[in-house]
Design a protein around this ligand. Structure first.
Ligand code: FAD
Length: 323
């Protein structure tokens, strides 16, 4: 991705990140992250609080993992450049606002959309929040997408000095989410978040967006019922942080004690398409379900944007092998 951005003149910056342990209790999990990073060839260093304060003077923390190779990018520009490269070949077409509503398949595949039909030999489904719905058009999906909204705040410019780059807490290994963190964006803004609350619609980007059919499907899914029974306490905490800015700020203050509610303005939310198995297990890795001439990308969680070129290569390899 870094090579791609450099070649294409896309705005990016390798600014580094710190993953910060606040208490002794978090040190074993921090050590695991550090060892996993090293095993995977990530350049990272375990640093003490002195070095941490040199990098991020306003952070509370007793130890941290510093990842100097981590970076930020204008991902909108990346997507536009992907599209441009595709369109450079006149055989390729991109149809936006073209909802897939059905699929007929035998030797050839016919994709029915609201804008007419498209026919081809192979199909790759990477429909994110609706990837399970598209999968179900040709085979039973192994998992169901549960939408979790991640809400953010933007830090007012006068307080940008509180965070130089990227500051993360030690994540709870029971959840695939990273916990609220501080992210300096490539446009100079500073965001903090996200929490993780059940969205009442797959595209429920605000608290008031409700799709009763989609919500009923989630609430009656055995996997969700098992998940909710196990994690209701953590889920309730996240819901509380969604409604109470004070509670959200308290989570942020663990990392930067000086931050206050007055420093924050509500920012747009994102929705995580989280695949959940019927036994209640959260799928925390990539999940690809392929049949004869169809490849369904059923779970592509973060960092699927960062690793999109590699995931693309992986999918091309599967296509090449099968066809
Ligand atoms: C809050 C948040 C923060 C994140 N931060 C990071 C990060 O820092 N780094 C990182 O690497 N990743 C991050 N991610 C994850 C990353 O955004 C996703 O992993 C990635 O977008 C998944 O890509 P995808 O192509 O599988 O799905 P998507 O990007 O969701 O694309 C799916 C597409 O399918 C379309 N679609 C859906 N249904 C239909 C239909 N019926 N017909 C036609 N089209 C359809 C949708 O409109 C959409 O365009 C973040 C995600 C969230 C929610």
């Amino acid at each position: 991705m870094e090579d791609f951005c450099r070649k294409e003149g896309i705005d990016y910056e390798i600014c580094g990140k710190v993953i910060v342990a606040i208490s002794e209790a978090e040190l074993p999990a921090l050590e695991t992250i550090y060892q996993r990073g090293r095993t995977n060839g990530v350049s990272c260093e375990m640093i003490n609080s002195e070095k941490l304060h040199e990098l991020e003077p306003h952070v509370a923390g007793i130890k941290a993992v510093h990842v100097p190779e981590a970076g930020i990018v204008d991902y909108g520009q990346v997507c536009k450049r992907f599209a441009k490269h595709l369109q450079n070949n006149e055989d390729n077409q991109i149809h936006c606002s073209t909802k897939v509503i059905g699929i007929r398949h035998s030797e050839r595949i016919v994709v029915e959309t609201e804008q007419g039909e498209f026919e081809g030999r192979f199909l790759v489904n990477c429909a994110g929040l609706y990837s399970d719905k598209i999968t179900a058009m040709t085979q039973p999906p192994e998992s169901k997408i549960i939408p979790f909204r991640g809400e953010y705040y933007e830090v007012r410019p006068e307080k940008h000095y509180l965070c130089r780059n990227l500051i993360y807490p030690v994540p709870d290994p029971n959840f695939p989410f990273l916990g609220v963190h501080f992210t300096r964006m490539i446009n100079g803004s500073l965001e903090c978040g996200p929490n993780a609350v059940l969205a009442f619609a797959r595209e429920g980007y605000t608290r008031s967006t409700v799709n009763f059919l989609e919500l009923a499907e989630v609430l009656s899914y055995p996997g969700f019922i098992k998940l909710a029974a196990k994690y209701w306490r953590a889920g309730a905490g996240e819901m509380w942080r969604s409604f109470s800015k004070v509670a959200f700020v308290r989570a942020l203050q663990r990392l930067i004690p000086e931050i206050s509610a007055d420093d924050l303005e509500t920012a747009p939310a994102g929705i995580r398409a989280q695949a959940v198995l019927s036994n209640g297990e959260l799928v925390d890795d990539f999940l690809i379900q392929a049949n004869k001439n169809i490849i369904n990308v059923c779970n592509a969680p973060s960092p699927a944007a960062t690793s999109s070129l590699n995931i693309g290569k992986h999918i091309v390899d599967i296509v090449a092998e099968r066809f």
